[in-house]
Structures are given as C-alpha cells and as structure tokens.
Design a protein around this ligand. Structure first.
Ligand SMILES: [Zn+2]
Length: 249
C-alpha cells in the first residue's frame, strides 16, 4: 500500500474531508481512470477506507485516507492498494533545477507524461533532457554532434574525480574526519551523521550506480523488442541502424 501523489487527488470535491475524485492510472488495467468515491468508512476519526471500482475494468481499488494528528493535524495522506502505477521524482532533483531550471522542468514533464501512460511523449522528453544535459555539462559544447557522441564526450566536461578526491581529503589523517577519528570518543552525533552521509554518497557513486546500471543494461538486453521484424528470415538488404538525432525533440 503506497501513497497516492497529491496531484492526482481532485480536492475540489470532498466527502467529509476525504477525497471524492481520484484521477490515476488503474493498477489493474493500467489505463487512466477517474475513481469516483461514493462513501468512506471512518475509524476513530483517524483513518478512512473505501473500495471503489475502476470505471474501465470494474475491479476494486482499496483506498485508505490517513488523518495526521501529530505533525500537521488535519492533514491527510491517501494510500491505494494495489500500489499506484507511476514513478516518484528521483531524490536530489533540486540539483538539476539549480543546474538548469528548464532541464528541471523537462524532467518534471517527462515524469508527468510517464505517469499518465503517455510513453512516447515521455521518451521524447527524456531524449530532450539527455541532449540538454550533455550540452549543459560540456565545457566545450558540440551542439552539432549526435546525442551518442555528446554523451561519450561528457566525461571531458564533468570532473568525475572531484567527489572522490574530496572524500579522500576529509578522511586523510589531517582531514576534518581523519583528525576526529584519532579520538573516537570525541565524536558526536553531528560528525557521525556527516560521516555516514559521506559514506552513503560514496557508496551510491561507486557501488550503487554501477550496479544499478549493469542491472538496467541486463533488463534492456533481455526485454522483448516488439517492433523488430523479420526475425528468422533472411534479410536481403542491410537493416539501417537506428540513430538518435540531436535536433529532434
Ligand atoms: Zn482498471
């Protein structure tokens, strides 16, 4: 049971403080649907539940609305089961926004189209984002180069060593953490937390990113390709290799 994005809740209608209209992709039939909730069953004023059928496939989705009494009293969080379809924004999107506000918006738009099941538009926006990113990150831009070439040259425009050198400096005997580690009893919560955070960043850069990329490459390699034609048949002419265009999108 996961949170339903607040943007999908049409709050202009409400049933005793609980959502009445939820527009989301049905977790059963994967089509965009408007769930019109007729009644909620409340428990102790803290929690409300309802089962509402998808108007397209008629299978029930269980919604649960939790009313907060702790942090922000009265604020509600909507959950759905099965889990809502869609992706939540990656962590750290504010770094992308500060690198380039238009690219931040492109990412938001790509995610929005994806979460609406508009796969083609989402993919085009992703390509547009990659092109923009390549151009933005390169110190010497190659605006005429095709996207694969731009991505290949990315390592020249971005200093990929910098994060590792920073970490090494901090942990060196004379570094900010190196000094403190000589007497661990002096280390407080703040330093321990920063050290943990630093290590987590290192792990995500050195271990998680390569691991996740390798896994993704495996999934891409083994995914069925629906548009591939002529498998098992002799092809009289060479099949043109698909290329990315730097100007489209
Ligand atoms: Zn459905």
């Amino acid at each position: 049971m996961q949170v339903v994005d607040a943007n999908l809740v049409r709050s202009r209608f409400s049933l005793g403080g609980h959502p009445q209209v939820v527009e989301m992709i049905c977790p059963h039939c994967l089509r965009e649907a408007t769930f019109n909730i007729r009644r909620w069953t409340e428990h102790a004023g803290r929690i409300a539940a309802t089962e509402t059928p998808c108007p397209r496939c008629n299978i029930d989705v269980l919604f649960m609305n939790l009313v907060s009494t702790v942090d922000s009293p009265g604020e509600t969080t909507l959950y759905a089961h099965p889990d809502p379809v869609g992706r939540t924004p990656m962590e750290g999107t504010h770094y992308l926004e500060s690198l380039s506000a238009p690219l931040g918006r492109t990412y938001d738009m790509a995610l929005k189209h994806y979460n609406q099941g508009d796969w083609g538009s989402a993919a085009l926006l992703v390509r547009h984002l990659l092109e923009g990113l390549a151009t933005r990150l390169l110190t010497d831009t190659y605006p005429e180069a095709p996207l694969p070439r731009q991505l290949e040259t990315l390592t020249k425009g971005v200093d990929l060593h910098a994060p590792l050198e920073d970490i090494a400096d901090m942990l060196a005997p004379e570094g900010v953490f190196g000094k403190q580690l000589q007497d661990p009893t002096s280390i407080g919560q703040n330093a321990a937390e920063q050290m943990l955070e630093l290590t987590e960043q290192l792990l995500s850069y050195m271990v998680v990113l390569p691991g996740a990329m390798a896994e993704l490459k495996d999934r891409i390699a083994t995914a069925p390709v629906p548009l591939r034609r002529g498998i098992g048949m002799p092809t009289p002419t060479a099949v043109p290799t698909p290329t990315f265009s730097a100007t489209a999108g």
